[in-house]
Design a protein around this ligand. Structure first.
Ligand SMILES: Nc1nc2c(ncn2[C@@H]2O[C@H](COP(=O)(O)OP(=O)(O)OP(=O)(O)O)[C@@H](O)[C@H]2O)c(=O)[nH]1
Ligand SMILES: [Mg+2]
Length: 387
């Protein structure tokens, strides 16, 4: 059932008449559960259950339930439990009523006040403990990140089921990466180093997908996981091009990215599942008009990600300026090492030493400068000529 309301009722979300209508439908169909595609306040949930006399779930609770069945790793389990407890705490009276119904015999009265207070205290304590554990996980992640070699880092973001894990699987060639036709198949962050061709490597991170009206408890408890996406130099926004509402899904993802302070991060829209479209060319023309930097992709063909790899390689080039390096003759080993670190564009030797033009990662340029090497930016015109 759908109702357009100018302003939601504080007591029941939908209007009084509509509640009665739902009540009649519940009776006619002997339904045992009513689900709202919105988040209900604790009071709204309690009122609706009293009036409808059946269990009422809201969108947040359904999503939390799905998350809890998907959680595999220790971290994901902690995050889901935290979100569930935070959700439960203000709704405890109602939850207790369900429990006593399931157990039977106790009737509809629910537990006494003292029991409720004890439970609230226990839940608050558990919430505190979970937050502490998640802080530890976060610190551990930070340490791991600090120890990694610097290289182009790419984070996959997008609506759930868009094909993020499939893209990582195709790029890395790892077939064990879990891909499933269901919502929130991935809850854990997974990072792989992949080969983009032409000797360019990148670190690619897959993580939990987004969804419309994502419960805020979940966003909050998945911060540590999403922190990993924050590390990306580039975000790949994976879009399911075969979904009728792909544009709406893109807006949802953009909104969540803004909430995570990632709106300004360089982002490449990747229109995936092109194979599933009746006319990929028509779609591509339309999508490129709206998103000039957009890349077309399919993970169903081995060459389906070539355009994406090329886009990432050229992104890597932008991030790797060419510089002029001058070295004394005594620094032959250093000169040789530049062939390993970057692309040597030219090299001249004269009486004083070596004059080289090299394309290098910014962090390598910084490191050379820190070590006292004479590194000069080359003028843009020359960069284009040599690039
Ligand atoms: N036709 C088609 N299906 C695809 C393509 N890429 C992925 N899929 C399917 O889309 C479904 C979801 O793929 P996943 O890679 O698990 O999607 P995800 O974005 O990681 O999803 P979550 O982890 O649940 O957020 C799976 O059934 C894939 O087989 C594609 O290029 N074409
Ligand atoms: Mg996934």
């Amino acid at each position: 059932m759908v109702q357009q309301v100018a302003s939601a009722s504080a007591a029941t979300l939908i209007g009084e008449g509509k509640v009665e209508e739902v009540g009649r439908l519940v009776e006619e169909t002997s339904a045992t559960l009513v689900i709202f595609d919105e988040e209900l306040t604790p009071a709204q949930g309690a009122n609706l259950e009293r009036e409808l006399k059946v269990r009422v779930m809201d969108r947040a609770e359904v999503i939390l339930d799905i998350f809890s069945t998907r959680a595999r790793s220790h971290e994901a389990k902690l995050q889901v439990e935290l979100a569930q407890l935070e959700y439960m705490l203000p709704r405890l009276t109602r939850m207790w009523t369900h429990l006593s119904r399931i157990r039977g015999g106790i009737g509809l009265r629910g537990p006494g006040e003292t029991q409720l207070e004890t439970d609230r205290r226990m839940i608050r304590k558990r919430i505190g403990a979970l937050k502490g554990k998640l802080k530890d996980v976060e610190r551990h992640r930070e340490n791991l990140r600090a120890g990694r070699d610097p290289m182009l880092s790419v984070a996959l973001v997008g609506y759930t089921n868009a094909g993020k894990s499939s893209v990582l699987r195709a790029l890395s060639g790892e077939h064990e990466i879990l891909v499933e036709d269901r919502l929130f198949a991935t809850l854990d962050t997974l990072t792989r180093e992949v080969d983009l061709g032409d000797g360019v490597r990148a670190r690619v991170t897959d993580t939990v997908g987004f969804i419309r009206k994502l419960p805020h408890h979940l966003v909050a408890s998945f911060r540590a996981t999403l922190e990993e996406a924050r590390e990306g130099d580039v975000l790949l926004h994976i879009v399911d091009a075969s979904h009728p509402d792909w544009e709406g899904q893109m807006r949802v993802v953009d909104k969540v990215l803004a909430e995570l302070d990632l709106a300004d991060r360089p982002t490449i829209p990747v229109f995936n599942k092109l194979d599933a479209l009746p006319d990929p060319a028509v779609f591509a023309a339309r999508a490129r008009e709206l998103y000039p930097g957009g890349v077309m992709a399919t993970t169903m063909r081995t060459d389906g990600l070539n355009a994406l790899k090329a886009a990432l390689r050229s992104r890597n080039r932008i991030d790797r300026p060419t510089v002029a390096v001058r070295l004394p003759l005594s620094a032959g080993a250093r000169a040789a090492s530049l062939y390993r670190l970057g692309e040597v564009v030219s090299r001249e030797e004269n009486g004083d030493g070596y004059a080289m033009v090299v394309r290098l990662d910014r962090w390598q340029i910084d490191r050379l400068r820190a070590e006292g090497v004479d590194v000069e930016d080359t003028p843009p015109a020359r960069q284009r000529a040599t690039g």
